[in-house]
Design a protein around this ligand. Structure first.
Ligand SMILES: CC(C)(COP(=O)(O)OP(=O)(O)OC[C@H]1O[C@@H](n2cnc3c(N)ncnc32)[C@H](O)[C@@H]1OP(=O)(O)O)[C@@H](O)C(=O)NCCC(=O)NCCS
Length: 169
């Protein structure tokens, strides 16, 4: 991680959508290159990270219905964290850092901010879906005391659960 750069967290806004998509793409290729094909990853990013879809989140963030923070270094997006409620459960939808900025505690910072948002909504737990061969993410979630909850239904993917009843960050 680029040691001396100051990192600022701010709410996602629509103008940042292309940068968020870029970070997602770079991070996905790093994390999933041995798991999914390049074509699959590109297709996934193009489908789920359209500017239109991302921009819809801005209203939800403004209304307090979703948590979506970006990490900025020198005004550029280097990571992001997105949480929300779906079917009565709270989820960590997305957590991605550019490779050069990983392992510098920024993922932890965003997760802690997200957990404060969840607690402000009286959430007692939340969930995340991850591929079990994504070693970086699995290491991170283990450190954060997520535990295996079940299978997502997609090959290789597991659902992890984190209790918010403990004080552990
Ligand atoms: C997962 C991710 C968001 C973590 O963000 P980060 O800023 O790099 O994480 P932090 O620096 O806050 O790390 C916190 C702890 O997680 C664990 N961890 C982080 N990266 C790890 C790695 N590569 N291998 C093993 N453990 C790791 C460590 O215990 C670390 O604490 P330490 O540095 O004091 O040992 C980031 O690695 C990333 O973007 N990965 C690629 C995308 C991805 O897989 N996202 C999750 C999709 S489900």
């Amino acid at each position: 991680m680029e040691g001396t750069v100051e990192i600022e967290l701010q709410d996602f806004e629509c103008s940042l959508a292309p940068q968020v998509k870029k970070v997602a793409s770079v991070s996905w290729h790093q994390a999933y290159s041995g798991i999914y094909s390049k074509e699959h990853i590109d297709h996934f990013i193009d489908e789920y990270y359209t500017v239109e879809a991302l921009c819809k989140c801005q209203d939800a963030v403004s209304a307090g219905d979703e948590f979506f923070k970006v990490a900025l270094a020198g005004g550029q997006v280097v990571g992001f964290c997105h949480m929300g409620e779906s079917d009565g459960l709270y989820w960590l939808y997305r957590l991605y850092m550019l490779p050069d900025f990983q392992r510098g505690g920024i993922g932890s910072r965003m997760l802690i901010a997200g957990q404060a948002w969840l607690r402000s909504r009286d959430a007692e737990e939340y969930f995340a879906v991850v591929h079990q061969d994504n070693k970086i993410a699995m290491g991170f979630y283990r450190k954060k005391r997520f535990t295996k909850y079940g299978l997502s239904g997609e090959p290789g993917e597991v659902v992890l659960r984190k209790s918010l009843k403990t004080s552990h960050p």
